[in-house]
Design a protein around this ligand. Structure first.
Ligand code: NAG
Ligand code: NAG
Ligand code: NAG
Ligand code: NAG
Length: 968
């Protein structure tokens, strides 16, 4: 129900705010001289009067702001309209209006009168009901219609309603909720069908075989089809595309693929199919893509399958035996994924030059890594982890110049890390952990200019850490724990530009702790070494650090009070050192361990080892005390200083280093986006600027933004958000572009999305204004003091609200992606009304200008999908992952990261067995009733599918939303 109220703003039209708002008026005033053009004897198409009237009806229903290029009086020239000559006059043949926010089904009353129509595309709109008229015999359109695309709406009709479209050739009903009582009967009625796509609907029953013989494309993925694959399916000799993935199909696949001699793509992934991969597939010369991952196939890999197939995915099955010798050498082969099977023997030695992705992890492969592995030169992703490979890492890997991901982790590899790897200047991820590698870390690793993740942990490495490693501009995760590395931690670590996680635990490092880079956010682990000296007080600059473990060293002196500045800390481990003094009191919950020190007490005077501090009710408005970190964000002094503004400003220019104070920022541009007169009359920009100069007005800080509360002269309250422009990754330098983007976002209307009402630009900052209905964030609600009082219905409403907001944002013509989606960026208007905040970030942050890796800026730790580490691209699937983590937080009551373990990974590890799934849930809540318990289990399934490792395996937001509704 709630989805019906959801409105989408369509950007089919030009982007400018002015045009969007004023076009309708222009159109009205310029309406008069219509007839003039019609008289001209030119070849200009002009419609007959009836059709012209129908089209104008249609425009009225769709709305001229949603339909671009409609200012001209000739409908044949509107965008998305094609006409053709019919006798002396012209008629409309094609209407293409995808993603125009159409929800009004009365549009079909007009469409049904266009008897000339051949093609109708209304995909990605918000239609919920096609009206009986569209299906009735009185609708003259359907007699001639050849193409009908209603993909991505919210339709839920029985498929049988489409029976009387005699000319239909292409039918796309994907991503709706269509049902069928009898699939064979329903599909049998289309006599001219060439392409049918009903994926992601609610079809049940068996795979139909009643379609017309000329069918070329059949896509039925993402339904609830059961039974086995019928032998009769092989009579469709013209099939080029067959997609039956993500259903409940069982049994053995018939070995009859020689009959489908034109098949190009075959997708059987995500079913429960058993038996062998049919050998006949190897004989289909046209087949270029075959995926049968996530089934229960056994037997061996068909020997010649890669002769024709270029993209093969047989991962997550039970395939055994060896990989045929020539399997990877066929010309044209691009991608092979055999991850997580039971394959044994050695990896073939010959590689096709076109092979760019090879994934063989999680098998039982043995023997050496061939020194010919890079002869093909094309490899970009190579994953051989979790096997039983032995011998040395061949230095020939240095010839794979395109390599961006190399994982050889968890094997039995020995010898030294070959320095030749250092020449791979596109390498982003290097994982060699959990082997028996010895010798030093190659000095030349400092040449790996693209490296973002380096994991050499759990080996036998010795020597010192090459200081050049920390000068790698993109290095974000360095894990060297569990080796025998000695020497001091290079002071160059402070130069690191992107490091978010540093784990040097369990080595033989000595000396003092150098200055750490402020980019560290996930964890800093220096435990189990021989470090001495005191804890440097500048550690207090790491304001975003979540875990700090310095245990089992010989650190002495007082615990620095600056530790109290670590506002994001969740875990502090100082055990077994020689420390003294007291641990500061933290504003947030922090688990603290101080046992094994002679003389440390924590701030509350407690000398016990384990302690959790919690001093503030976090879901009330938090007045953030300004810290050193705050100063980095941009510091304003109190109003008193405003008096001295002029002299201060001059002084600041002369001495850039002095960051003591600023005057009220000078507005260079302020603009109201909202048209709502309540707001336009209330908002005063200067008042907003005064408010941001008083830090007592701060009520929230997120990764990239600071929120202030402002009371306008008429007494109403607003939120002002300052975008942290001191960070170089912001590109608001281009103010025009910024203004354009914000104006587009300001047109969005969805009750679960925070939409800006106005923006203000100053010389060096940007501010957005919002309605102020702030009742804390979802994080405050869940992890504050009263979190156990939050009942399931409230948590479910929050889940649903966030899903609706996100579905809406993803559904826009230019989808809005979220850079930082976490429970900290979701505000609450009331305890069950969430609003997604910070939606503009992806528009104004330019990852390419970031000095760090993409994962450094892509949101908050714990919510970042694994693929961001090497894809460097914000995606909808990535947002779905973050949403899955939010669902898990609602289900478990746990934060996204605890004890250094990400919630998503923890939940996935327990999800295998039903009895373990119980343990994931927050028992304080799941124990309240059987109904609550079973609903939570359903939502857990949804959450787990959202955090699937593979982005392709995650559902789209609109499906997530649908599943959440169904879980009710
Ligand atoms: C519609 O208008 C936009 C700009 O207003 C223009 O870029 C585009 O080419 C036009 N499209 C058609 C089909 O005329
Ligand atoms: C059909 O309409 C589309 C969309 O307006 C336009 O781009 C295309 O040029 C038209 N084709 C013909 C043949 O008029
Ligand atoms: C209109 O639709 C028909 C039927 O799908 C198609 O064959 C034709 O190419 C389309 N015309 C244009 C101009 O897009
Ligand atoms: C569509 O609307 C009609 C009339 O309002 C109603 O009778 C019918 O049940 C609706 N169908 C669906 C599938 O909601």
């Amino acid at each position: 129900m709630a989805m019906v109220g959801m409105r989408r703003y369509c950007l089919c039209a030009s982007h400018g705010f002015f045009v969007l708002v004023f076009l309708p008026f222009l159109f009205l005033f310029h309406h008069a001289p219509v007839a003039a053009g019609a008289d001209a004897p030119s070849s200009q198409p002009s419609l007959d009067k009836t059709q012209e009237a129908i089209m104008k009806d249609l425009l009225r229903i769709v709305g001229s702001s949603s339909w671009s290029n409609t200012t001209t009086s000739n409908p044949c020239k509107w965008s998305g309209v094609n006409c053709t000559r019919s006798g002396s006059s012209w008629v409309v043949t094609n209407i293409t209006l995808p993603n125009c926010g159409i929800s009004n089904s009365s549009i079909f009353a007009s469409i049904c009168r266009l008897e000339s129509l051949l093609a109708l595309d209304l995909s990605r709109n918000s239609l919920t009901n096609l009206t009986t008229q569209f299906f009735s015999p009185s609708c003259s359109t359907k007699e001639g219609l050849r193409l009908l695309n209603l993909s991505s709406n919210m339709l839920s009709h029985p498929l049988s309603n489409f029976s009387a479209f005699p000319q239909l050739e292409v039918l796309d009903l994907s991503l709706n909720s269509f049902t069928s009582e009898n699939l064979s009967a329903d599909l049998g009625s289309f006599l001219k069908l060439r392409s049918l796509n009903v994926s992601a609907n609610k079809l049940t029953g068996e795979v139909p075989t009643s379609m017309v013989g000329s069918l070329l494309e059949l896509v039925l993925s993402g339904n609830q089809l059961n039974g086995s694959i019928p032998p009769d399916l092989f009579k469709y000799e013209n099939l080029t595309l067959l997609d039956l993935s993500q259903n409940f199909l069982t049994g053995v696949v018939p070995d009859k693929f020689m009959k489908l001699s034109k098949l190009e793509t075959l997708l059987l992934s995500g079913n429960k199919l058993i038996g062998e991969i049919p050998p006949s597939l190897s004989n289909v010369r046209t087949l270029s893509r075959f995926a049968a991952n996530q089934n229960n196939f056994n037997g061996s890999v068909p020997s010649n399958i890669t002769k024709h197939v270029r993209m093969l995915d047989l991962s997550y099955n039970n395939l055994n035996g060896t990989i045929p010798l020539d399997f990877l050498s066929h010309p044209g082969l691009q991608s092979v994924d055999l991850t997580t099977n039971m394959l044994e023997g050695s990896i073939p030695r010959n590689f096709s030059p076109s092979l760019y992705r090879l994934r063989l992890g999680g098998n039982r492969l043995s023997g050496n890594i061939s020194d010919s592995i890079c002869d093909g030169m094309g490899l970009t992703y190579l994953e051989l982890d979790n096997n039983q490979l032995t011998g040395n890492i061949p230095s020939e890997l240095g010839n794979c110049k395109n390599l961006s991901l190399l994982s050889l982790a968890s094997n039995k590899l020995q010898g030294q890390v070959p320095p030749a790897i250092s020449s791979l200047d596109k390498l982003v991820v290097l994982k060699l952990q959990n082997n028996s590698l010895n010798g030093p870390i190659p000095y030349a690793f400092s040449d790996l200019k693209s490296l973002s993740i380096l994991n050499l942990s759990q080996n036998l490495l010795t020597g010192e850490i090459p200081s050049g490693i920390f000068e790698l501009q993109k290095l974000s995760i360095l894990d060297l724990h569990d080796n025998s590395i000695s020497g001091a931690i290079p002071i160059s670590v402070s130069l690191s530009k992107a490091l978010i996680e540093l784990n040097l635990g369990n080595n033989a490092l000595a000396g003092t702790i150098p200055t750490m880079p402020t980019t560290l956010t996930t964890s800093l682990n220096l435990s189990h070494n021989n470090l001495s000296g005191s804890i440097p007080s500048d550690i207090g600059y790491l304001s975003e650090l979540e875990i700090l473990d310095l245990s089992y060293n010989s650190l002495s002196g007082e615990v620095p009070s600056s530790l109290g500045n670590l506002q994001s800390l969740t875990q502090l481990v100082l055990s077994y050192n020689d420390l003294s003094g007291s641990v500061p009191i933290f504003r947030q919950n922090v688990s603290i361990r101080i046992e094994g020190n002679p003389d440390v007490v924590n701030g509350t005077g407690d000398k016990n080892g384990i302690h959790t501090t919690s001093t503030r009710k976090r879901h009330t408005i938090v007045i953030i005390i300004f810290t050193i970190a705050g100063a980095l964000v941009g510091l304003c002094l109190l109003a008193a200083i405003v008096m001295m503004s002029l002299s201060k400003r001059i002084y600041r220019v002369e001495d850039e280093g002095l960051s003591a104070g600023e005057s009220v920022p000078q507005i260079t541009n302020g603009c109201l986006i909202t048209m709502n007169s309540i707001h336009t009359s209330a908002i005063e920009f200067t008042k907003a600027m005064e408010a941001v100069c008083n830090h007592q007005n701060i009520f929230l800080k997120t990764r990239f933004c600071t929120y202030y509360k402002v009371v306008m002269p008429n007494g109403s309250t607003y939120s002002v958000k300052k975008l942290n422009s001191s960070d170089k990754i912001f590109q608001i330098g281009n103010q025009e572009k910024f203004a354009r983007e914000i104006e587009v976002l300001g047109k969005l209307t969805n009750s679960n999305v925070m939409v800006p009402l106005a923006y203000i630009l100053t010389a060096d900052s940007a501010y957005l204004l919002y309605e102020h209905g702030y009742k804390g964030t979802v994080s405050d609600l869940l992890h504050g003091e009263k979190s156990d009082n939050i009942d399931w219905p409230s948590r479910y409403s929050i889940a649903l609200g966030v899903a609706q907001g996100l579905t809406f944002l993803h559904g826009c013509t230019q989808p809005v992606l979220l850079l930082d989606l976490s429970t900290r960026t979701i505000h609450l208007k009331s305890s069950n009304e969430p609003q997604i905040g910070d939606i503009e970030l992806y528009k104004i942050i330019d990852p390419s200008r970031s000095t760090g890796s993409f994962s450094t800026i892509a949101g908050t730790v714990g919510y970042i999908p694994p693929e961001y580490a090497y894809t460097m691209r914000l995606t909808m699937a990535g947002n779905v992952y973050s949403f899955g983590v939010i669902l898990l937080e609602l289900l478990t009551g746990k934060p996204s990261v605890s004890d250094g373990i990400e919630l998503a990974k923890w939940a996935l590890s327990l999800s295998g067995r039903p009895e373990q799934r119980e343990q994931i849930l927050d028992t304080r809540v799941s124990g309240t009733s059987i109904a609550v318990h079973s609903q939570m289990l359903s939502v857990l399934n949804i959450a787990l599918s959202c955090v699937a490792f593979s982005p392709d395996a995650r559902p789209k937001m609109r499906n997530v939303l649908r599943m959440l509704f169904n879980a009710k």
